[in-house]
Design a protein around this ligand. Sequence first.
Ligand code: ARG
Length: 460
Amino acid sequence: MSNKMWGGRFVAGPDAVMEAINASIDFDRRLWQQDIAGSKAHAAMLAETGILTPEDAKAITHGLDTIASEIESGSFDFSTALEDIHMNVESRLSELVGPAAGRLHTARSRNDQVATDFRLYVRDALDRLDTALAALQRALAGKAAAHYDAVMPGFTHLQAAQPVTFGHHLLAYVEMTGRDRGRVVDARRRLNESPLGSAALAGTSFPIDREMTAKALGFDRPTANSLDAVADRDFVLETLSALSIMAMHLSRFAEEIVIWSSAQFGFVHLSDAWTTGSSIMPQKRNPDAAELVRAKTGRIFGAMVGLLTVMKGLPLTYSKDMQEDKEPFFDALDAAELAVAAMTGMVSDMEPNRERMQAAAGAGYSTATDLADWLVRTLNMPFREAHHVTGRVVGLAAQSGRDLDALALDDMQAIEPRITAEIFEVLGVENSVKSRTSYGGTAPANVKAQAEAWLEKLKA
Ligand code: ARG
């Protein structure tokens, strides 16, 4: 049996294992819409430049539309023997329109074709992600606005450090997500050039119009170097690294949700819709979605490192290694989209327990810095000395098992005689957060204003 795709040179078909290792149709069928859009743009351009007759172009376009509806309705018969999406579509096209189908591949190769398809696919994915991340920001900023004044412990080393507000904590993630969106938009801008017309690697001798196909496909311009166009996958890597940083952010918040929703912390409550039970322990409400958001990060980092490894050291231009760019990307993208959606759902669902958080905010001498600041401000004490005095006050409190604001004034005066009753005003957690009015600080008035500014900005 001769070969289905390149029968001219080949007298025999491939070994079954050869076919198995070579085929990508099981995963690259996801590119079908982009493949058909690219072919339609190519056909229109070939007709416009007189390379193809208008009749052939019309037949091709018709045939491609038919194929699109066949794939859409599930009646299209994908074949492993035809290797990939490009050959599957082309082969069906020749069944439908005959010899005209063979003319579609004039001035084109699967090398520029796959690069074009994949750029279009990644571009759509980036656009969807940006929208999804905006929704996450909206959910976060909405919760922040509702709880701009709910006091909770702020942590360093996961040790209570200074009181902050719940709204302030959520807005930190709004900022991170904002930068994640910036990376998404940036990756999109850089990838938006059309490889189509680079052909196999060297360009073509046909009088094609690359501006025309670039424009038809929504690209800003054609790529400037045909070798680069078919050889690089940096647009996939850039997207994966944007996804990785985003996933890293999500994993940190996911981890906090796991901690906060534990019985020991009890800072937030997730409803039945966002928790699971245990088949043996009736008391359990497990934050599975948060755990899975935390875990999906693994796939996303894995895809990035995997593709970097595939691409490393590849000589220009195309090598079949590069077919390994798609499967992990699709997997990482699915994981990322699901993780963002789950996080958005959890944020909207989550209800903080203000009493628990406030009580925890007061524990662990979290207003010690306020005491030190008071000494600096009121007594003009150098901060280092104030730190020392405060340390002794904290030591005293710890010895007697009391909170700072439960100490007697006498006790504190025994350490620093100039301390007055005014000190109790700064030892409470509410006063502590209220005093943090510096730009970007946790004062409820700041947080309220920032949450509202974000909600306004996210309206569009
Ligand atoms: N399925 C291939 C890929 O994804 C398409 C390009 C094939 N080109 C070639 N010269 N074999 O990379």
